[in-house]
Design a binder for this molecule. Structure first.
Ligand SMILES: [Zn+2]
Length: 111
């Protein structure tokens, strides 16, 4: 594992179903433990992953800790949606996007 960024968001816990805060690790743009919230613009610069200006990118995301409410600690995967360089939303991963097959931490849906 190299460097990554962290997206602070809220999402329903798959176990207790309460909406709880999650810290989602993802790799896009400059990866250097930058903290993001929904609506933030992705930082670009030297050694950035991906490139600026794509219309829609889906990024592989993983919650880095258990649910703060019930302690549910299964690996929780997310899709982080980046539209025109802004983090617009996050959703639980359901297999629609295959980052292993893409051999990347992100998939450009629309350039
Ligand atoms: Zn929970």
């Amino acid at each position: 594992m190299g460097a990554f960024n962290v997206l602070r968001a809220t999402c329903p816990c798959p176990s207790c179903t309460r909406v709880v805060p999650v810290a989602i690790q993802f790799k896009l743009g400059v990866t250097y433990q930058h903290e993001y919230a929904i609506g933030d613009a992705v930082r670009w610069g030297r050694n950035a992953l991906g490139h600026a200006g794509a219309i829609h990118v889906v990024v592989d995301g993983v919650a880095d800790g258990p649910c703060p409410d019930c302690g549910y600690a299964c690996d929780r995967d997310f899709y982080v949606h980046v539209e025109q360089d802004r983090i617009t939303r996050v959703e639980a991963a359901d297999g629609r996007w295959d980052f292993v097959a893409a051999r990347a931490t992100f998939i450009v849906v629309r350039e």
